[in-house]
Structures are given as C-alpha cells and as structure tokens.
Design a protein around this ligand. Structure first.
Ligand SMILES: Nc1ncnc2c1ncn2[C@@H]1O[C@H](COP(=O)(O)OP(=O)(O)OP(=O)(O)O)[C@@H](O)[C@H]1O
Ligand SMILES: [Mg+2]
Length: 296
C-alpha cells in the first residue's frame, strides 16, 4: 500500500512545492511508482511537472475578448460578461479533470484525474484555480475532511508513494491532506525556513496537527520537520542546531541550503532541480530523498 506523504506548513514561500517536486522526482528515479497530488490552487507543481507556460500572451487577450463579445451578444450585463469570459478563458487547461473535481464530485473516479507525465514512474493529479473555492464548498457538506482520503484509497495499491503538495493555509484542504495520512508509516513533512514567520509557521502547523490527532484518534502518521533555504549565518546556524537538539527524531538530518540562482533557473525553465543535480542545493535534496527512502 502506498505511503502517503503530505508536505504541509501553514506558511507561504517555505519550499513546500520545491520539496514536493524533488521528493516526487527523486523517489520515481529510484524506481518507485509515485503519484503527486497538487493541493494548491496556484498550481505551481502542476506547471513544472506538465511544463506549462504560465505567461500571458497577446493571443490570450484576443481569446478573452472573443468570449466577452459572445456573452455580450447573448445579452449579458457587462460586468457578468467580463466575469464569464475570464472564467471560461482561465478554465482552458490541457487536462479535463483536476483535484477540485475529485474533491467536489464524489462520483468521479479518481483515475480520470490522473495524468501521465514526462517522467516514467511519476503521475500527477493537477490542480487549477477552481480549487480556490473548494474550501468553502466543502465546509457546507457532510464529512468534508475525508474526501481526499476516500479518493486516495481507490489508488493506494497502484503506487508506492502518494505525495501531497499543499497550499499555506489552515482550511478544509489542509484538513483533507492531514486526514489522508491515516495509517502507520504515513508521514507529514513540514518544511520551514529560519525566519520569524517560519518559526510561527511551525507553531501553527504543530498546533493544527496535534489538535487534529487528539480529535481523530485513528490517525497514525509520523511528523518530521525539514529546514529549507538555510543561509550560512549565525542566526540560521544556531536555530538549526537548537531545533535539531529539541525536535530530535522529529526532524530530518538533512538541511536544504538557500541557493537562489539554480532554484530560480530550474523553476523558470519548468525543470525539477534534481533533473540537473550539479548544484549544492540539489545535492541536499538528493540526501533528503535518500533519508525519506530509508524510512520506508
Ligand atoms: N533552497 C532554495 N534556495 C533558494 N530559493 C528557493 C529554495 N527553495 C525554494 N526557493 C524559491 O523560493 C520560492 C518559494 O518556494 P516554493 O514555491 O517551493 O514555496 P512554497 O512553500 O511552496 O510556497 P507557497 O506557500 O506559495 O506554495 C520560490 O520562488 C522558489 O523558487
Ligand atoms: Mg507551493
């Protein structure tokens, strides 16, 4: 049965997506069958894995205008025509279903949303901007927090690892992600950088998952902190040492260094760092992948 790993931190810009991508790719290169689920409406992981071009084009503006004209000719008021046209324009993705369909439509077979990728052992359930309203929609439903777990259970036998890249807020999407980690061996990885916001993120994330574990006793996952984007200065060194000392086995030995250019270049070219493993930060991610692999 697949080991479910959720990359979770109630804080933006701390390398959740970078970590998800490199872990998914690294495990797939080791011959493991991996499913990465993009649980973030900003769809950054989806863009990299599927190599999508996220830039606006002049042609895009014309497409939007054509849709607007269509709605106006149908007699829609201007502001509604603007909205409908924009919504329809943004909905044009190269995939038919994404994770918001899986979470909102319990009759949809999760297999319909799985995309093969350019990587042999790595499949993806993409995300889209439509996921941004899923949180509110789920809140009004019965059992809003076990949708993802139920869907995942239908493909658990087909993968060695199922990875979840999360958005940075505590809401029903993150609760679904936590609930999807329910069995012995499942893992929540909490990436964070050394900054006040990063430490506040640890505090908030720990609060969420400790509270959740108390309420839902059947959850049996492990938890591990991962220090990312570490600089070589006194504050980062001291905090990293003290966090290692205090968190002990709840923290990865590997620490990911801050290395701006290779990470920015890879992301701009829609590549995963480990695809060209010649930089220090890629070496760190390889050590991290090996550490996760050794846990399984
Ligand atoms: N080790 C690193 N060194 C330098 N830059 C990095 C490193 N890791 C990530 N970055 C950059 O930092 C930014 C945030 O990283 P990332 O998107 O992975 O964070 P995130 O936690 O997923 O953010 P969000 O909460 O918005 O989804 C990105 O521009 C990324 O390219
Ligand atoms: Mg992200």
């Amino acid at each position: 049965m697949a080991k479910v790993i959720s990359i979770l931190m109630n804080k933006g810009g701390v390398s959740k997506t970078e970590t998800s991508l490199n872990l998914a790719y690294g495990l797939s290169v080791k011959g493991k069958k991996v499913l990465l689920i993009d649980m973030d409406p900003s769809s950054n992981a989806t863009s990299v894995i599927l190599g999508l071009d996220n830039n606006l084009s002049e042609q895009g503006a014309s497409q939007y205008k054509e849709l607007f004209d269509k709605y106006i000719s149908e007699g829609q008021p201007r502001i509604l025509a603007c909205y409908e046209a924009m919504h329809e324009y943004l909905k044009q993705t190269p995939y038919k279903y994404d994770i918001h369909d899986v979470l909102e439509d319990q009759k949809l077979d999760i297999h319909e949303a799985i995309q093969k990728t350019r990587f042999e052992n790595l499949d993806l359930i993409p995300s889209s901007v439509a996921l941004s309203t899923t949180d509110i929609k789920l809140k009004g439903s019965i059992n809003p927090y076990n949708r993802l777990r139920r869907a995942i259970q239908k493909v658990e036998d087909e993968y060695d690892f199922i990875l979840l890249d999360n958005q940075p807020f505590e809401n029903s999407l993150s609760f679904n992600s936590i609930t999807a980690c329910y069995k012995e061996g499942d893992l929540i990885i909490a990436p964070t950088k050394i900054s006040l916001g990063g430490i506040q993120g640890i505090d908030s994330t720990l609060h969420t998952i400790l509270q959740w574990m108390q309420e839902v006793e059947s959850l049996r996952y492990d938890f591990k902190l991962l220090i990312t984007m570490k600089n070589r200065n006194g504050i980062d060194n001291k905090w990293t040492d003290i966090l290692h000392e205090t968190f002990g086995e709840y923290m990865f030995d590997t620490v990911i260094r801050y290395q701006g250019k290779p990470v920015a270049d890879a992301s701009m070219n829609r590549k995963i760092l480990l695809e060209t493993p010649k930089f220090g930060v890629a070496e760190d991610y390889q050590n991290f992948v090996d550490e996760v692999f050794s846990l399984s």
